[in-house]
Design a protein around this ligand. Structure first.
Ligand code: NAD
Ligand code: MG
Length: 409
C-alpha cells in the first residue's frame, strides 16, 4: 500500500454514486481523504458531508447555493466554497488530486471529467454520458495525459476485471472473442406493451435490483441505459458494437462476461452494490473492503438469461442505430434522452413517448464529426433545443415502428 493518503475529488458527491463513494472512503481513512466534494443545488446534503469529511473545497453548480453553503460553513472548518464550471474544473485538475470520481449525472459531467483526464488523473468513470458524447476526444485525452481510466459502471467494471492483462499491466484484448454485456431488463421486463405505456415515474424508478438516481433508473427501465452502455463499452475497450452481445440477466448477480477464443467465458459475480466497483476503482490493482455482503450462491439458487426485446424497448434499437451512424448521432441521442426523461419525470409525456421524442429529434438535427469539444457542445445544445420544441408540440412526434420480433426468443 502507498504511504501517502490519496486525495480524492468526488464530482456529484450528494448523489447515489457519490454517497457510496464516501461510504467506501470512510472505511479507509488511512488510504483516502476527500479533497473536494461537489453538488448541484443540495446545500443541506453538501453541508453535512463537509462537516463529516472536511474537504479542502466544496463546489456548488449554482452561485446562490454556493453563497448559502459558505455562510453555513464559515465557522465549521477548513472548507473553501467555489461555484460553477470553473470551480468544478479547478477541483478536477488540481495538482494535489490523485483520483477523480466522475459521478455527476448527464452531459453536465462532461467538462470536469474531461479536465480530470487531461490532467492525467485516475478517473473513476460513473458518468457514462461523458464518454458516450465525446468518446474519441475523451480517450485521446486519456492516452495523451497518461490518465488511468477506471470504469465504475458495474458492467464495464466487470469486463475490466475479466479481460486479460496486457504488457502495460492494463486490460488488453488478447484471445478475446466477444463481450457479453448483461442487463437486468429493468422493472418492466415482463410487462405488456400497454402496461408499459401507462407506467408512472415512480414505477419506472422502482428498479428490482439497484437503488440509483432517478435519471439512470428511467434509462434502465427503457433500456436506453444499455444503449449508452454499449457505446461506453466500445470506447472503453476498443471493440465494435458487433463484438458485444447484450444478455438480459434479471438477477443482476453476473455483472458482465468476456468470451475467449478457446471457448472459456469469464464472468464477474457479486451482490448488486456499487461499492464493489467503486472500491475496485479506488484501490486497483489492490483489493480493499467495500462493506458489501458476500454473495451467497445457495441463496441465489439460479441465474437466468434471455435476449432483449427491442420491440417493447425501442430505445435500445435507437441507440444501436445512432452508434452505427457515428458522428454526433449519439450526442443528439443522449441529449434528446435527457430532455425526454426529465419530461417523463415531470409528467409532461408518457413512458412510451420517450423513444418517439428521441427519434423525432434525431430526424431533425444534422450529424457532424465531433472533432472538438465545442462541436460536441453545439450538437448537444441543438438536440436539446429541438427535443424541447418537440416536447412543447406533441403533434410533431412520430410513432416508433415496432422492431422485428427476431429478438424475442
Ligand atoms: P444522482 O442523480 O443520484 O446524483 C447526481 C449528482 O450530480 C448529485 O450530486 C447532483 O447534485 C449532481 N449534479 C446533478 N446535476 C448537476 C449539474 N448540472 N452540475 C453539477 N452537478 C450536478 O445520480 P447517480 O445515480 O449517482 O448517477 C451518477 C452518474 O453515475 C450517472 O451518469 C449514472 O449514469 C452513473 N451511474 C450510476 C449508477 C448508480 O448505481 N447510481 C450506476 C452506474 C452508473
Ligand atoms: Mg450499468
Amino acid at each position: 500500500m502507498s504511504s501517502k493518503r490519496q486525495q480524492i475529488t468526488i464530482l456529484g458527491s450528494t448523489g447515489s454514486i457519490g454517497v457510496s463513494t464516501l461510504d467506501v472512503i470512510a472505511r479507509h481513512p488511512d488510504r483516502f481523504s476527500a479533497y473536494a466534494l461537489t453538488a448541484s443545488t443540495s446545500v443541506d446534503a453538501l453541508y453535512e458531508q463537509c462537516c463529516r469529511f472536511q474537504p479542502r473545497f466544496a463546489v456548488m453548480a449554482d452561485a446562490d447555493a454556493a453563497a448559502a453553503l459558505e455562510r453555513r460553513l464559515r465557522d465549521a472548518g477548513v472548507t473553501r466554497v467555489l461555484h460553477g464550471d470553473a470551480g468544478l474544473r479547478q477541483v478536477a485538475e488540481a495538482a494535489e488530486v490523485d483520483a477523480v470520481m466522475a459521478a455527476i449525472v448527464g452531459a453536465a459531467g462532461l467538462p470536469p471529467t474531461l479536465a480530470a483526464a487531461q490532467a492525467g488523473k485516475r478517473v473513476l468513470l460513473a458518468n457514462k454520458e461523458a464518454l458516450v458524447m465525446a468518446g474519441a476526444l475523451f480517450m485521446s485525452a486519456v492516452r495523451e495525459a497518461n490518465a488511468l481510466l477506471m470504469p465504475i459502471d458495474s458492467e464495464h467494471n466487470a469486463i475490466f476485471q475479466c479481460l486479460p492483462v496486457a504488457a502495460d499491466g492494463r486490460p488488453g484484448l488478447q484471445g478475446v472473442e466477444r463481450i457479453l454485456l448483461t442487463a437486468s431488463g429493468g422493472p418492466f421486463r415482463s410487462w405488456s406493451e400497454s402496461a408499459i405505456s401507462d407506467a408512472s415515474p415512480d414505477q419506472a424508478c422502482a428498479h428490482p435490483n439497484w437503488a440509483m438516481g432517478r435519471k439512470i433508473s428511467v434509462d434502465s427501465a427503457s433500456l436506453m441505459n444499455k444503449g449508452l452502455e454499449l457505446a461506453e463499452a466500445c470506447w472503453l475497450f476498443d471493440v465494435t458494437p458487433e463484438q458485444v452481445d447484450i444478455v438480459v440477466h434479471p438477477q443482476s448477480i453476473i455483472h458482465s462476461m468476456v468470451q475467449y477464443q478457446d471457448g472459456s467465458v469469464l464472468a464477474q459475480l457479486g451482490n448488486p452494490d456499487m461499492r464493489t466497483p467503486i472500491a475496485f476503482g479506488l484501490a486497483w490493482p489492490e483489493r480493499i473492503m467495500a462493506g458489501v455482503s458476500p454473495l451467497d450462491m445457495i441463496a441465489t439458487a439460479r441465474l437466468d438469461f434471455e435476449a432483449p426485446d427491442e420491440g417493447r424497448f425501442p430505445c435500445l434499437r435507437i441507440a444501436r442505430e445512432a452508434i452505427a451512424a457515428g458522428g454526433t448521432a449519439m450526442v443528439s441521442c443522449n441529449a434528446a434522452n435527457e430532455i425526454a426523461v426529465a419530461g417523463f419525470l415531470e409528467g409532461q409525456l408518457g413512458f412510451t413517448e420517450i423513444p418517439r421524442l428521441i427519434e423525432a429529434t434525431l430526424e431533425q438535427v444534422p450529424q457532424v464529426e465531433p472533432t472538438t469539444l465545442s462541436i460536441v457542445e453545439n450538437a448537444d445544445a441543438l438536440a436539446r433545443d429541438t427535443a424541447r420544441a418537440l416536447l412543447a408540440n406533441p403533434g410533431t412526434r412520430r410513432t416508433v415502428a415496432r422492431a422485428p420480433l427476431s429478438q424475442d426468443r
